[in-house]
Write a protein that binds this ligand. Structure first.
Ligand code: ZN
Length: 344
């Protein structure tokens, strides 16, 4: 099949590739419609690796996908041919201890699209377990369906924070993950989100998503703004979505006594961490790795209009222009959030 293949670092090719995919009884075959370009796809393109995951053989990129069911296995009852769907890109081992405990995102043997050696989905069709395939509400487009994957990270972070109605949260970093975390935290019940970043176009975009106070960290003092908005109490929740190396010091200045801190961003190396700052507030600290059990809730919120991801879809390319899409994504202007590729 014709696919976007990463041959090795910095070498992408739109070419035919043979991917044998037998159908199991609990599988569906999906015709791919839209695929989002993720930071990880761009990283593999530029460097050929992310940490321990190294591209050693040609690999199809892409893991944020939506499509239409074109074939169903004999044991599949909840999906039928023609259904519009999006897919969770990670397939865990059902017998792994973490999976059995419900933490299937932490199964180290998970097979995750476009993580070597597993092919991604920038290709016409894929076979996938029906259990990890979710029907889109009628009012959710394929482009929106392809954003459920990054949105799931924000949903998981909001779950970990145990958002209460009326909470005031800080989101550090207004990249795609900071944006989806803002959407998820607002839908979960936050009354206001204070978002900091250093790029004005990103702040202008995130300000349109709801009751959001933006802070340009290059010019303003975030802790002073938090103090003002919360009348000196501090934020109920701090979501760290920048991966900045100073985050482990800053977050505890921002959170209120008894508040929650969720680390989402992935710093490039171990960072300093203010233990006493966390202790004197008895801060509860959480971490997220991808997500689990959130796709149905994300889709329900999108279907009901509580979450609108349309402002995040900024740049769309046809499949034939996939190389241009990736080159655009490597030098993305700060006004862009999500690049998507349309296959049909
Ligand atoms: Zn992604």
């Amino acid at each position: 099949m014709h696919a976007l293949v990463l041959e090795k670092a910095a070498q992408l090719c739109l070419r035919d590739i043979d991917i044998p995919e037998p159908m199991g009884t609990r599988d569906v075959r999906i015709g791919i419609c839209t695929v989002g370009v993720c930071g990880s796809d761009v990283h593999y393109y530029q460097h050929g690796r992310i940490g321990p995951f190294v591209v050693k053989a040609p690999m199809v990129l892409g893991h944020e996908a939506s499509g239409v069911i074109i074939e169903v296995g004999s044991g599949v009852t909840h999906l039928k041919v023609g259904d519009r769907v999006c897919m969770e890109p990670g397939i865990p081992d059902p017998n792994h201890r973490a999976t059995k405990l419900g933490m299937y995102n932490l199964d180290p043997s998970v097979r995750f699209w476009a993580t070597p050696p597993v092919h991604g989905v920038l290709r016409p069709t894929v076979v996938h377990p029906a259990d990890f395939t979710f029907r889109l509400p009628d009012n959710v487009s394929f482009a929106e369906g392809a954003i459920v994957e990054p949105l799931a990270v924000g949903m998981h972070a909001a779950n970990k924070a145990q958002v209460k109605p009326g909470d005031i949260a800080v989101v550090i970093g207004a990249g795609p993950i900071g944006m989806v975390t803002t959407l998820a935290a607002l839908a979960a019940g936050c009354s206001r989100i204070i978002v900091s970043d250093v790029q004005p176009p990103k702040l202008a975009k995130v300000a349109t998503l709801g009751p959001v106070t933006v802070v340009n960290a290059a010019e303003q003092d975030l802790s002073a703004v938090v103090e003002e908005v919360t009348e000196g109490w501090g934020a109920d929740i701090v979501f760290e979505a920048s991966g900045n190396s100073k985050a482990g010091l800053e977050v505890f200045q921002l959170v209120c006594p008894g508040g929650r801190v969720v680390f989402i961003g992935m710093p490039g190396e171990p960072l300093p961490y203010d233990v006493v700052g966390a202790q004197v507030k008895e801060a509860r600290v959480e971490h997220v790795f991808r997500y689990a059990h959130v796709y149905p809730r994300a889709l329900a919120l999108m279907g009901s209009g509580k979450i609108n991801v349309k402002p995040l879809i900024t740049d769309t390319f046809p499949f034939a222009d996939s190389l241009q899409a990736f080159d655009f994504a490597t030098k993305m202007p700060p006004s862009s959030v999500k690049v998507q590729i349309e296959l049909t």
